[in-house]
Structures are given as structure tokens and as C-alpha cells.
Design a protein around this ligand. Structure first.
Ligand SMILES: [Zn+2]
Length: 318
């Protein structure tokens, strides 16, 4: 018998950028993660401001990118939440394509070829490299706009609820060519508190693409930065006896991954920041010997090598 099995703990933060809370807020967030030795992921949306922030960045963009470049040393991965989180980007013209399909939906459209996805992802990766950032994975940018909602509903009626498999093929090719920071590519698409897993979507040798499903949600204010959507007890109560993290530990789940949004989580204006700090403190107080924090790309790397969660039984985390 090895050491007692620990549950992997991680999180990811969507919609991160310099625009709604400033670059300093991201620095504060990274400092906190480093100091608390926690681990997770925070999205990079290089075209979120309507142009690539890697080309002639303004002061806030430059300050933010400097922080993104140090995220890894603070325990934080950097996924592309695609280029704009809105319409497809025109890399030649350095702007969003007017009237084009939104990126999240585009990843689900059945007619797109792997080569087209690969070209688009490679262009984002190249922008990241201009900013000195190696990307770690891909996060699906969800969208509730009318055309997206309508088309997602149509796709559901013909049984297309998953991304186009060509997305996985394109990501695997880029991983094989060393375009990402690691050989395994964590993606965030599906999510469920009860029926979750780290699902292999493509694999070849030391490379693999995984949909690492979060099994806990956002109770840090969501994208609305809404105080009614803040509840640290959802994760772990003050006495350490209840909450979804405690339940996953009790059920011997291999991991607990939750997600959040920068609008609610950021330390400058986010209504959820205090709750996030509280949750980290409560985990430290009550679960320190039961959990191990890990970056998503570290989770998929170990999972891939071991062919499953077996690495957790060997004292796994460290
Ligand atoms: Zn949309």
C-alpha cells in the first residue's frame, strides 16, 4: 500500500483579461495562488479587445501579458478560450470578422475540417508566442446569443451535442508538433456534478487530448458579478463537514474541478473574491491531508502516462 489516496483539486477561471478589472487584479490573483500553493487555470482571450493584444499592446494589455507569462510559476495554466470569445478572428486584418459565426458554436459545426481548425488554433498559438506565452489547452467559450442558442438547439435535434471530432484531431496534431506547452491537452467542454470524468478524445503515443469535466460549478458571482450567486458553503462549509468538495472526497472521487468567471472572481471588483479566499482557507484547514492541488495540464499528463487515475494510489500528487 502506498500513501493514502488524495483527491486532485483544481479550478479554472473563464473570461480573464485586462479589460474589466485591470492588469493589477490578475497580478494579485497570481500572487495569492503562488502564496497559497494552489493550482488551476485562467483563460487567455488574446483578441478579446477586438484586436490581438499581442501586437502593439497598450499599457494595460502589456502589463496583463507580463503577468500571463508568469502564471505557470504561480501554479496557473493558460488555455485559449479561443481568440475572441465572440466571432471568428481575421488574423490578416487583425480584427474580428464582421457577422461571422461565434467561435464556441464553430467548434460544434459538423462541416468544418480538421485542417481548418488546426490553422485557426495555430494562429492563436502564434499570437501567444509573440507575447511569450505557451498555451496549455482549450476552453469552450459558451454563448447565449440568439443565433448561437438557435443553432445549438438545431444541432441537438440531429444528435450533435458534442464538439466536432475534427477539433480533437487538430489539437492532437498541434500537440504532436510541440505547439502547446505539454504533450497532453486538457479541454473544458462538458460539465456535471454527478456524471463526470477525464475523457480521452484523441491519443497517439505520448500525446493525448482530454475533456476534463468540471464537477463543481461557479458560486463566485458568475459572469454577471452577481452577489446573489456567491456562496462559499457550496464548496465547503466553515466546519468542513459539508459542501461539494467534501462530498467528492467522501465519495472517493478522483478529482474535484470547479469553474469560475473573472468578472466575479477578480480581486479588484469581483463580488466572489472574498468567498474564493475563504474556500481556499477552509480547504487548507479541513482537507489539507486529503487533497492535492494540480494544474489541469498536470492532471492530464499524469492521467495519460498512467492510463487512468492509478497514479493517485502511488502517493500520486507530488
Ligand atoms: Zn453567440
Amino acid at each position: 500500500m502506498g500513501k493514502k489516496r488524495k483527491m486532485v483539486l483544481s479550478f479554472y477561471c473563464d473570461d480573464t483579461g485586462p479589460y474589466n478589472a485591470g492588469a493589477k487584479a490578475f497580478e494579485t490573483f497570481l500572487d495569492f495562488c503562488a502564496e497559497q500553493r494552489i493550482a488551476g487555470e485562467s483563460s487567455l482571450i488574446l483578441g478579446g479587445g477586438g484586436h490581438s493584444m499581442a501586437r502593439k499592446p497598450n499599457e494595460q494589455e502589456a502589463a496583463y501579458l507580463k503577468q500571463v507569462a508568469r502564471a505557470l510559476s504561480c501554479g496557473i495554466d493558460t488555455h485559449m478560450e479561443i481568440m475572441t470569445h465572440r466571432a471568428l478572428f481575421d488574423f490578416g486584418a487583425n480584427r474580428e470578422k464582421e457577422g461571422a459565426i461565434h467561435e464556441g458554436l464553430w467548434l460544434h459545426e459538423p462541416g468544418i475540417a480538421a485542417a481548418e481548425y488546426e490553422r485557426y488554433f495555430a494562429s492563436i498559438i502564434a499570437e501567444g508566442e509573440k507575447a511569450g506565452v505557451k498555451l496549455t489547452g482549450l476552453t469552450w467559450p459558451g454563448c447565449g446569443c440568439e443565433p448561437c442558442t438557435k443553432r445549438y438547439a438545431e444541432l441537438r435535434t440531429i444528435g450533435r451535442t458534442e464538439p466536432n471530432p475534427a477539433v480533437w484531431e487538430a489539437l492532437l496534431n498541434l500537440a504532436k508538433n510541440g505547439k502547446f506547452r505539454g504533450r497532453t491537452i486538457p479541454c473544458f467542454f462538458g460539465s456535471s456534478e454527478s456524471s463526470f470524468g477525464c475523457h480521452q478524445k484523441a491519443s497517439e503515443g505520448e500525446c493525448g487530448v482530454y475533456d476534463l469535466m468540471p464537477n463543481a460549478g461557479d458560486h463566485f458571482g458568475i459572469w454577471e458579478n452577481n452577489p446573489k450567486r456567491v456562496n462559499p458553503d457550496y464548496y465547503i462549509t466553515a466546519d468542513g463537514k459539508a459542501g461539494i468538495i467534501v462530498r467528492h472526497v467522501a465519495a472517493r472521487a478522483p478529482y474535484c474541478v470547479w469553474y469560475a468567471h473573472w468578472q466575479g472572481l477578480n480581486p479588484a471588483k469581483g463580488v466572489g473574491w472574498k468567498a474564493f479566499v475563504t474556500v481556499v482557507e477552509r480547504i487548507k484547514k479541513h482537507l489539507a491531508d486529503r487533497v492535492v492541488w494540480m494544474r489541469p495540464s498536470d492532471i492530464t499528463a499524469r492521467y495519460h502516462v498512467a492510463g487512468g487515475w492509478g497514479f493517485l494510489d502511488k502517493g500520486g500528487g507530488q
